[in-house]
Design a protein around this ligand. Structure first.
Ligand code: ZN
Length: 179
């Protein structure tokens, strides 16, 4: 496995609609492994193929594990997803606002409204059909990654233009108030 270079704005590949994956052969399997390694190396929770310069309809997602009171990872709570040719076929009526960042827009955060729960259909890394029922933070990550496959970025969906900050400005404005 090897880590891949993550492309950032204004690279035009981030704005292109992606092609459906039809070939699940060895080259694709290597791409999936490399994307997982790249996501973990960047401490990301999701990575879509356009972010490594491949205009393909696939993404990897790894939700944050639950922790015990001492901050140790609880075994079995980290979940890795490889989703190929995904499509959201159901959305909850309820939506939630939350703060997002993106490995392709490093150093910035913004507030985005997402569906609280979604259902996704697509294929796994070997082409087998699958369906997922997702909620909360995992549903948010999936919506962010599936947007990437349409050339859509979180900065297109801010709850208001002013709800966009550098990481430093966000920390100065909000996190100190909590202490
Ligand atoms: Zn992103």
């Amino acid at each position: 496995m090897s880590t891949l270079e993550i492309v950032t704005l204004p690279n035009p590949v981030l704005r292109q609609r992606t092609h459906k994956v039809a070939d699940f052969g060895p080259d694709f399997q290597k791409l999936v492994d490399d994307m997982i390694e790249t996501m973990r190396a960047a401490s990301g929770v999701g990575l879509a193929a356009p972010q490594i310069g491949q205009s393909l309809r696939m993404a990897v997602v790894e939700n944050l594990p639950d922790e015990d009171e001492e901050g140790n990872e609880l075994p079995g709570t980290r979940q890795l997803f490889v989703i190929v040719n995904p499509e959201i076929f159901w959305k909850s009526r309820e939506t939630v606002d939350g703060i997002e960042g993106c490995l392709s827009i490093p150093g910035y955060l913004g507030e985005v409204e997402r569906y609280e729960a979604i259902r996704v259909r697509g294929q796994d890394r070997h082409g087998k059909k699958m369906r997922l029922k997702l909620e909360g933070w995992t549903a948010r990550i999936f919506q962010h990654e599936i947007d990437h496959l349409e050339g859509v970025l979180f900065i297109d969906k801010l709850t208001a233009p002013e709800n966009f900050w550098t990481e430093e400005a966000y920390r100065a404005q909000f996190e100190e108030e909590e202490e």
